[in-house]
Design a protein around this ligand. Structure first.
Ligand SMILES: Cc1cc2nc3c(=O)[nH]c(=O)nc-3n(C[C@H](O)[C@H](O)[C@H](O)COP(=O)(O)OP(=O)(O)OC[C@H]3O[C@@H](n4cnc5c(N)ncnc54)[C@H](O)[C@@H]3O)c2cc1C
Length: 395
């Protein structure tokens, strides 16, 4: 067997690039019973040509754990000079400035919208300023890529924003197709993506508890308009404009409680090789969390120019932004560590219960509530150790 069913070093990341790479259209991407996109190979059509394995994250070998892709790269803090852009973006609006600038320079922009009628996140090729607005902000679910990625055509120029694994697949694919120069690739520091079954149950919960209609019209996981950057809110409105609004969503909203507890992320997210050790993008963006901008309540993006091309692109757009030079230490204090803690047993139970009849609040009360307090204790312990080692090193 020489297709993506071959066992690899890593689990499937659900990026969907194998589907577009198959010359025989033998691969489909479908959600499995646990709510993760997985490729399905039609063995009657597959010729075992192996092209899908050449673009696949599964075969990326583990790197030296002490190596770091960003150590020698240029690192910036940045936010748009246009305050409306900052307030309507996730952090500092660098994502929007990149997409908007290159859209008006003739590039096709490929980014993620929340497709409310189908209740999924998906990549689209933006065709208007309205599409660019819809692409703004992070949607904390794995996007469906296949529809948009299948539209890539030779002779066009593209800027694509995606998770590190989606961008890794596209880098490999564009190299294979000799189209690398036509693609500007942007990714972000990625916490991981949870199962779609969580989203489905969360929706049921909102409809029941807050009396929302199940037909959602608008979903914003990072609403800063009525809130502030650090107190980020979840804002959802249904087809009758009835709103659900939760301030400090990272700690108070049920979807985020599951997301932040790492209890039901995609398998590949826990040991992601693309978090700190590998990056296939020209530019990486992120929230500049941590102490450096703790008092900034509008929003600050962290930017890393990962390739020479990324640096040139950055120079083209930096006049649209307020930019401060930073260093690797700033990056380290802003971002989570290398891997995400995985409690396999608990994850299995939660994934099972998300498939079954139990309500989200029941699952939360049984498995997440107490776990969060354990995580908080562990975090406090880590902070204590850091402070103690800092004091010791200064003695
Ligand atoms: C699933 C996910 C996890 C993240 N985890 C972290 C993290 O751990 N630490 C951190 O600092 N930052 C993380 N981010 C990035 C962060 O939320 C912001 O996107 C980043 O700060 C840039 O903000 P911005 O204001 O410049 O642009 P934004 O306005 O946020 O633009 C974001 C860009 O990301 C694209 N995008 C949105 N949702 C998705 C998606 N589901 N899949 C692929 N592309 C998408 C959009 O097309 C848009 O172009 C994550 C983002 C996502 C989507």
């Amino acid at each position: 067997m020489n297709n993506i069913n071959k066992i690899g070093h890593n689990p499937c990341s659900s990026c969907g690039v194998c589907v577009i790479s198959c010359p025989h259209k033998a691969v489909l991407l479908k959600q499995d019973e646990n709510g993760f996109y997985r490729p399905i190979v039609n063995n009657d059509i597959c010729t075992d040509c192996g092209i899908c394995t050449k673009v696949c994250y599964k075969y990326l070998k583990e790197k030296n754990p002490f190596e770091n892709a960003f150590k020698d790269k240029s690192i910036y803090a940045a936010w748009s000079k246009d305050i409306t852009t900052v307030k309507t973006s996730s952090s500092g609006g660098v994502g929007y400035e990149l997409t908007s600038y290159f859209y008006h320079a003739g590039y096709k922009i490929c980014g993620v919208i929340f497709d409310a009628p189908n209740n999924i996140c998906k990549h689209i090729i933006a065709e208007s300023d309205e599409n660019l607005e819809a692409i703004k902000t992070s949607k904390y679910l794995q996007s469906y890529t296949v529809e948009a990625f299948s539209q890539f055509k030779k002779g066009e120029k593209y800027l694509v924003v995606g998770t590190p694994c989606q961008i890794y697949g596209l880098r490999k694919w564009s190299k294979l197709k000799k189209l690398e120069d036509d693609f500007i690739l942007v990714d972000f520091f990625c916490h991981g993506t949870p199962t779609h079954n969580l989203w489905k149950k969360y929706k049921e919960f909102l409809c029941e508890k807050y009396n929302l209609n199940s037909s959602f019209k608008y979903v914003n996981f990072r609403s800063n308009q009525k809130s502030t950057w650090h107190k980020n809110a979840m804002l959802i409105s249904d087809c009758y404009e009835k709103e659900y609004y939760k301030d400090k969503a990272f700690v108070s909203d049920l979807f985020f409680q599951f997301f932040m507890s790492h209890s039901c992320l995609n398998d590949a997210c826990y040991s992601c090789q693309l978090r700190l050790d590998n990056c296939a993008a020209d530019i990486r963006i992120a929230d500049f969390w941590g102490s450096k901008y703790a008092n900034n309540e509008n929003g600050v993006s962290l930017v890393i120019t990962n390739t020479k091309r990324g640096e040139l692109i950055w120079r083209e757009i930096e006049h649209l932004l307020t930019v401060e030079n930073c260093n690797f230490k700033d990056l380290e204090t802003s971002q989570n560590g290398r891997f995400i803690e995985k409690n396999q047993q608990q994850r299995n139970v939660i994934l099972k219960e998300l498939r079954e009849d139990k309500s989200l609040i029941q699952i939360y009360n049984q498995h997440i509530k107490n776990k969060l307090s354990v995580s908080v204790l562990l975090l406090l312990r880590k902070i204590e150790i850091k402070i103690l080692s800092h004091i010791n090193s200064n003695r």
